[in-house]
Design a protein around this ligand. Structure first.
Ligand code: S3P
Length: 169
């Protein structure tokens, strides 16, 4: 089973992905981490030195490399992955996409307290962050909304989520 976890920064894709992969006895892959390995530099540096367009192309190509090399995995995508280079349609054609639809207040709380590793929000104050999240979520809803499964992870246990996913397998 190929499971793609999508959702905004701070929605818990990595945390949930690791637990879910354990529960489903499959491997966990983090897309940003793979991109960093591929380039030998952090996502922040890639954005800073090569720009977002370069990052988005790389993201799309590393995504396709992962998918064609493996049959079973839980993949935590980056927050923007579904919104570029037809990635959402591609992922829907390859496996189960799951949107972690997390309330914006929770996202803001998590992102404010997280260390500054996210180039799109680095340097934003609390108020700026909240309006950034609201604007982006509105823009991104058209892609996130194409997910096969939508989960508010604060309302479900890992076991319940993996049971739902197994029903799709
Ligand atoms: C991004 C989210 C990040 C990372 C990059 C861009 C986005 O991933 O891919 O900084 O456009 O929302 P996380 O969602 O894992 O933080």
């Amino acid at each position: 089973m190929k499971i793609f976890l999508i959702g905004f920064m701070g929605s818990g894709k990595t945390t949930l992905g690791k637990l879910l992969a354990d529960e489903l006895k499959t491997s966990f892959i983090d897309l940003d981490e793979r991109i960093e390995q591929d380039q030998g530099m952090s996502v922040s540096r890639i954005f800073g030195e090569k720009g977002e367009d370069f990052f988005r192309e790389l993201e799309a190509s590393v995504l396709r490399k992962i998918v064609s090399g493996k049959t079973d995995f839980v993949l935590a995508c980056g927050g923007g992955t579904p919104c570029f280079h037809q990635n959402m349609a591609y992922m829907n054609g390859q496996g189960i996409t799951v949107w972690l639809d997390t309330p914006r207040e929770i996202l803001a709380e998590r992102l404010l307290s997280a260390p500054d590793q996210r180039p799109l929000i680095s340097g934003l104050s609390g108020e700026q962050l909240i309006s950034f999240i609201s604007e982006r979520l509105e823009q991104r809803a058209q892609w996130y909304g194409q997910a096969r499964l939508v989960i508010d992870s604060s309302n479900f246990t890992i076991k319940e989520i993996s049971r739902k996913l197994k029903a799709y397998a």
